[in-house]
Design a binder for this molecule. Sequence first.
Ligand SMILES: [Cu+2]
Length: 159
Amino acid sequence: MHVELYERIWMWAAGALVLAFLVTIGITAGMQAMSPPSHLETVDPAALDSHPEFGSPGVAQRPDGRVVVTVVASTFFFTPDPIEVPARRPVTFRITSSDVIHGFQIVGTNANAMAIPGYVSQFTITFDRPGEYLITCNEYCGIAHHMMVGTLVVREERP
Ligand SMILES: [Cu+2]
């Protein structure tokens, strides 16, 4: 069968592109640069108030130096708000919802997770640029969804 030269070039180029995408996915997943933000950890959404962690959401520094932010998303606000974290240190976000499905997106970063009632979404991110970031809910959650925003303040740490 005769295949034109240009057709052959495009076939090989398309094949190489698919291969490049697959290799990229493999590398980013393997190095944990990109992985699903959720893992299976459940929590009773009806008993969040008395939950040891989600009963008092906020920013905590663990004994090993990690910064952990516990967030509860509710119609139509995030708790805590604002969230203050240090720059240039890994910050782990642990998010759940007290009612319906919400989103938790930190605009201008690749931090983006779903807040699902009954489940804990977790991801870790390091903010290199101090400043104020907008947090938005990106899952339609009701009549005031468009007003569901929060603020993240990334502070420069004093040496
Ligand atoms: Cu929403």
